[in-house]
Design a protein around this ligand. Structure first.
Ligand code: SAM
Length: 252
């Protein structure tokens, strides 16, 4: 299989001069150096994100809503409020359920949605969800190495808590670097809940069992992961007794 299978379409203008390559809608593009699945995906998340049969079983709205204790709808609404039609948006990973098509629909054909994921089967699922949408591209890439483009909005939806510490820092820095002038990054993720939150200890158990890198979201604000946090204005809104956050970093 070619590394650049379905990668790009080069067109020529009426003078026969090649125009800048454009990407065909929703094709999965494989860039050199970015196709490696990181070790933690196999060691920790193989069952959830790499095994194709499990991905088929889990990629459903009700699964996500159960994991988020019924908060998926309000978190997605808060997330989509940060996006406007016509914007250029980088989505830093595939998300189970219908977030991806909702995001693509909100951006609309006047905008551009660039979806990356580090696992090929996840990119395939994302591509299925945006079939027929000309303004969407799906690529296999690591959030810590998302490419050179600049965007109006860079989105990181429940990805950070799944990354090991050094990868969290690398991804936050790389994603913030992709925010264009006047643009913003939107992080939706876990947050340290109120200490008497009834689900605090249940979730601490789930983290210890299945999500070994998530507890860091309780110990740090997202700004702690950013080397150049001072280049941005940060605003955090919490949900469900502080269990979740929508943090917006606007380039100042
Ligand atoms: C967004 S997170 C979790 C989202 C949420 N739990 C859900 O409902 O899907 C899961 C995705 O992140 C992807 N992922 C993990 N590490 C990544 C990385 N370094 N770069 C890009 N994608 C990554 C996984 O392949 C998976 O598709």
């Amino acid at each position: 299989m070619s590394l650049f299978e379905n990668a790009q379409v080069t067109t020529r203008n009426s003078d026969g001069v090649a125009e800048a390559p454009r990407f065909k809608k929703a094709d999965v593009v494989r860039f050199p150096g970015t196709t490696e699945i990181p070790a933690y995906m196999h060691e920790v998340y193989e069952w959830a994100y790499v095994n194709p049969f499990n991905v088929y079983l889990l990629d459903r709205d009700w699964v996500v809503d159960t994991i988020l204790f019924g908060n998926n709808g309000r978190l997605v609404r808060a997330f989509l409020k940060e996006i406007s039609p016509g914007q250029r948006v980088l989505q830093s990973a595939h998300v189970y359920g219908d977030v991806i098509p909702k995001l693509a629909t909100k951006i609309g054909p006047a905008g551009f949605l660039d979806i990356i994921d580090v696992v090929p089967v996840q990119a395939d699922h994302a591509r299925e969800k945006v079939k027929g949408m000309d303004h969407v591209r799906v690529r296999i890439a690591d959030a810590a190495d998302p490419g050179d483009d600049l965007y109006d909005v860079v989105s990181c939806f429940f990805l950070l808590h799944e990354l090991p510490s050094d990868k969290k820092r690398a991804a936050v820095d790389a994603l913030l670097d992709r925010v264009g002038p006047g643009g913003k990054a939107v992080f939706v993720d876990y947050h340290n809940p109120h200490r008497f939150h009834p689900l605090r200890w249940l979730l601490a158990g789930v983290f210890a069992w299945l999500e070994p890198f998530a507890a860091e979201m309780w110990q740090h604000a997202i700004t702690d992961f950013a080397a150049r946090a001072g280049d941005f204005r940060w605003q955090t809104k919490t949900f469900f007794g502080g269990l979740y956050q929508v943090t917006v970093a606007t380039r100042s």
